[in-house]
Design a protein around this ligand. Structure first.
Ligand code: ATP
Length: 137
C-alpha cells in the first residue's frame, strides 16, 4: 500500500468541515493512518513551502497557512498519491471539477482548502516533516 500526505488548511478547519472531508476521504478508499491538529509557526510553514520562496504568492501563502489551526493526515491506499490528487481536483477551486474537495470546500487562492502530495517522493518527505514513525498506525 502507498501513503500520501494531506493538509486540511485553516479555511476548512475554521468552517467545521473536518468531518465532512474525512468522510469523503474514507469513501474514496483512503484510510487515515495518522492525524493531528497543529497551528503552524512561521518557521514550520516556511520550511514546508521552501520551494515557493520568492514567488508572488509566497507571503500570502505563509500568512494564510499560519492564520489558524490545520489538520495533517497520512492517508494509505493502493495508488494513494494519485487517488487523493483526483479527490482534491485542480489547485485553483475555480478550475476544480464539481465533486472534488477543492471545488466543494475551497474558496480561492491561497484558501483552496486542502493539500495533497504530488508524488510518492514528496509524500515521504512531507510525512517525515510532520510525523514520527511511531505516530503512524
Ligand atoms: P498544495 O501544495 O497545497 O497541494 P499544489 O501543489 O496543487 O497545492 P502549488 O503550486 O504547490 O499547488 O501551490 C501551493 C499552494 O499555494 C496552493 O495550494 C495555494 O494555496 C497557493 N497558491 C498557489 N498558486 C497561487 C496563486 N497564484 N495565488 C495565490 N495562492 C497560490
Amino acid at each position: 500500500l502507498e501513503r500520501t500526505f494531506s493538509i486540511l488548511k485553516p479555511d476548512v478547519v475554521a468552517k467545521d468541515a473536518i468531518g465532512a472531508i474525512y468522510a469523503r476521504m474514507e469513501a474514496a478508499g483512503l484510510r487515515i493512518v495518522a492525524a493531528k491538529m497543529l497551528h503552524l509557526s512561521q518557521e514550520q510553514a516556511a520550511g514546508f513551502y521552501a520551494e515557493h520562496e520568492g514567488k508572488p504568492f509566497y507571503l500570502p501563502l505563509i500568512e494564510f497557512m499560519t492564520s489558524g489551526p490545520i489538520m495533517v493526515q497520512v492517508l494509505e491506499a493502493e495508488n494513494a498519491v494519485q487517488r487523493y490528487r483526483e479527490l482534491l481536483g485542480a489547485t485553483n477551486p475555480a478550475e476544480a471539477a464539481a465533486g472534488t474537495l477543492r471545488h466543494d470546500f475551497g474558496t480561492g487562492m491561497p484558501p483552496n482548502g486542502t493539500h495533497g502530495s504530488d508524488s510518492p517522493e514528496s509524500a515521504a518527505r512531507e510525512i517525515a516533516y510532520f510525523f514520527e514513525d511511531n505516530e503512524i498506525c
